[in-house]
Ligand binder design. Structure first.
Ligand code: ZN
Ligand code: ZN
Length: 369
């Protein structure tokens, strides 16, 4: 007698679920995958009906599956969200230009509005030209800082105040490991938070926080979703790479390792005292973006690039050299001034009206229905 799906006991199993090792059928896999994400969203109370939410879309597997699942759940459970796709074009020839084609394809399939914001229009530099100027060693610093700010600015242009990203359980577990290995206790608890929001920053959350990368790949495969699968040509973040291979070894020995590491990070949530320093925020004098110094990191990096002193935003020595060479000359290209919700139509919605909205119903258990 052929074996049957561990969940519905009627269909033939066609896959072994990476998270649990269960042999299950395709229908049950889709169901548990989507329901677990839904439950994560409901438990964390990520959304309120009427929210305008941007999906950070890179064309890669995580954000492609996220866009699909967000649309599916929004329709199925009547979240009442207005969804957008938001893509950042770093200006990497042969990488981002191709992956953006994938995003455009997704836009048509899901019929969601898409906003693409490029480093070039925001900073006057592409990653190609930055790498030309600074070499391959520190380019990820520029890209990380520039992307973070670009996403917030793109969100403000769309009038949304919430960005969801495709960070998955593997990414979160890797970050926990990296913070442990760096002894960065203040970040340890914070990095497992499903949602981050400072005083005047745009809310960001990770609905895939507990979703395994292997299951995301499987989901994309069985749903025939098209995504772009090449790694960034300038990348490798060597330290993360080590954490990643270590995590894969642990997962192979015991699949629950990924989720266990996330739980450990959550249990380490640090006292207010330890995180106080991280929370202090000011506004950048030059561009209005939130910053812990007079100048935000992006403005410092950009000034360094513009003045041919690229290390200014990276090392203390570079910073001092830049300061010693006098004030910024006139005509320096700067980042346009940042305004939260510059064109937000929903900005005037009163808070109390939203609070009274009924909570979304949770689906209990993950058995196939
Ligand atoms: Zn089944
Ligand atoms: Zn700035």
């Amino acid at each position: 007698m052929p074996r049957l799906c561990a969940l519905c006991a009627t269909q033939r199993p066609i896959l072994k679920r990476p998270k649990t090792g269960q042999q299950i059928c395709k229908t049950c896999f889709f169901h548990v995958f989507e329901t677990e994400v839904h439950n994560t969203i409901v438990e964390a109370q990520l959304f309120q009906p009427g929210d305008r939410v941007a999906i950070g879309a890179s064309g890669g597997k995580d954000s492609t599956v996220l866009a699909h699942v967000m649309k599916t759940l929004n329709d199925r459970y009547n979240y009442g969200l207005e969804l957008f796709l938001l893509s950042i074009d770093e200006g990497i020839t042969g990488y981002r230009d191709d992956s953006l084609e994938t995003v455009k394809q997704n836009q048509k399939e899901y019929n969601l509005p898409l906003k693409i914001l490029s480093y070039n229009e925001l900073y006057g530099w592409t990653m190609d030209s930055i790498v030309e100027a600074v070499g391959r060693k520190n380019n990820c610093t520029f890209c990380g800082v520039f992307r973070r700010q670009a996403l917030d600015r793109g969100a403000a242009m769309l009038g949304v105040d919430h960005i969801v990203t495709g960070h998955n359980a593997d990414d979160v577990a890797e970050t926990v490991l990296m913070n442990i290995m760096r002894g960065d206790i203040a970040r340890l608890g914070r990095c497992t938070a499903i949602c981050t929001k400072g005083e005047d920053t745009i809310k960001r959350s990770k609905p895939f926080k507990y979703t395994y990368e292997k299951e995301i790949v499987m989901y994309a495969y069985f749903k025939h979703l098209t995504y772009f699968s090449t790694e960034c040509i300038y990348s490798p973040d060597a330290y993360r790479g080590h954490a990643r291979s270590f995590l894969k070894l642990l997962e192979a020995a015991r699949p629950s390792a990924i989720i266990d590491i996330i739980y450990s990070g959550e249990a380490c949530e640090v006292s207010e005292e330890a995180t106080k320093e991280l929370k202090e925020r000011k506004t950048c004098k030059r561009c209005g973006y939130m910053s812990s110094n007079d100048l935000c990191k992006a403005c410092t990096l950009l000034e360094g690039l513009e003045r041919g002193m690229a290390s200014a935003g990276i090392t203390d020595r570079g910073r001092k050299q830049l300061e010693a060479s006098g004030p910024a000359p006139d005509g320096l290209r700067t980042i346009p001034f940042f305004q939260m919700n510059a064109q937000s139509p929903s900005q005037s919605a009163p808070d109390d009206g939203r609070d009274s909205a009924p909570p979304m119903p949770a689906v209990v258990g993950v058995e196939a229905g």
